[in-house]
Design a protein around this ligand. Structure first.
Ligand SMILES: O=C(O)CCC(=O)C(=O)O
Ligand SMILES: [Fe+2]
Length: 330
């Protein structure tokens, strides 16, 4: 039996000046997006020390008692949709996930135009005030990953034979950035509980940092495969909006997580998505025929029939994930 493995791409060629170096990377991205919708990246240049610090501070946060963690409860985050949620509060396909976590995003002041306009998912973050450096570390990480997101989107544009600024000019110059830190407790004997049930991501690009525990699985064309941790790498996957833009050439691939170890698992998904108010349209790609996969999609929804802004799409999805908060926030 051959064990399928997701491709590993060294993306350093996207930022160096060597001849053709970005074309070589773009070709690898194209292959990976068509075959899997998922790939690992190395050679990304994100500071190791910053990542280690983020992991340590996150462990420190989750090790606290529930009451302390609830001091930054999501219920206090209002329309910005930020803060902590306890195990069982987030649903995937209507079922509670076996995970707790904190939602973050770009740190926007109250006088930012989108915040003043009351745009959902925009605003200030909630940070634990009792853990020194937590705020600084998360904001620095968001900053580094935003830069990486721009580099990768240029690579994805090249992979589709588009100008490297194609996505930046239309969708991601001012991206919607959401960042989460999840803690998946061990299953403790019950085999059936998913940390996150099968789903696809909503936007264009997710860049995931995971610790050394493992548990992420990806639905490849020939069945579920593991995406184990690889030191120094991030796991990238494309979301529904890139699936829509490429008419299904680049698929937003379903994935899920189950922590079968006896320790907690930390993961750090970073979502680099289109601007909230921009309408997402198909790219004029030669020779691509839309193959709508509505019937085998996890939520039976068609990304190709959707019309509207990214914000419309996102809010519809998110209100299913946190039904309790929907009333309060939207
Ligand atoms: O924790 C992980 O490994 C993946 C999380 C995920 O799929 C998500 O947040 O969309
Ligand atoms: Fe996901």
């Amino acid at each position: 039996m051959t064990v399928l493995q997701l491709p590993i791409i060294d993306i350093s060629g996207l930022t160096c000046q060597r001849n053709n170096s970005s074309d070589v990377v773009a070709q690898q991205i194209k292959q990976a997006c068509q075959d899997y919708g998922f790939f690992y990246i190395v050679g990304h240049g994100v500071d190791e020390q910053l990542q280690t610090q983020l992991e340590h501070l996150s462990q420190e946060f989750f090790a606290q008692d529930q009451e302390t963690k609830l001091k930054i409860s999501m219920a206090l985050g209002g329309r910005a949709w930020r803060g902590y949620f306890p195990v069982g509060n987030e649903l995937t396909s209507g079922r509670p996930d076996l995970k707790e976590g904190i939602y973050f995003g770009s740190e926007l002041k109250d006088n930012h135009p989108l915040v003043k306009a009351g745009t959902p998912m925009h605003g200030r973050n909630l940070f634990p005030s009792n853990i020194p450096q937590f705020r600084e570390t998360v904001l620095e990480y968001i900053d580094s990953m935003t830069k990486l997101g721009h580099i990768l989107m240029a690579g994805i544009a090249l992979s589709l034979d588009l100008d490297k600024s194609y996505f930046a000019e239309r969708y991601t110059k001012d991206p919607l950035i959401l960042f989460r830190i999840f803690n998946y407790p061990p299953n403790l004997g019950s085999q059936s509980e998913w940390g996150v049930g099968e789903h696809t991501d909503y936007g264009v690009l997710t860049i995931l940092k995971q610790d050394n525990i493992g548990g992420l699985q990806v639905k490849s064309k020939s069945g579920w495969i593991d995406a184990p941790p690889i030191p120094g790498s991030f796991v990238c996957n494309i979301g529904d909006m890139l699936d829509r833009m490429t008419r299904g050439l680049y698929r937003s691939t379903p994935h899920r997580v189950r922590n079968l170890s006896t320790s907690n698992r930390l993961s750090f998904p970073f979502f680099f998505d289109p601007n909230f108010n921009v309408e997402v349209k198909p790219i004029d790609l030669k020779d691509v025929v839309v193959k709508d996969d509505q019937s085998d999609r996890w939520d039976k929804a068609s990304v190709h029939e959707f019309r509207g802004t990214y914000g419309d799409y996102l809010l519809k999805k998110v209100s299913k994930v946190f039904p309790e908060l929907r009333q309060k926030v939207l």
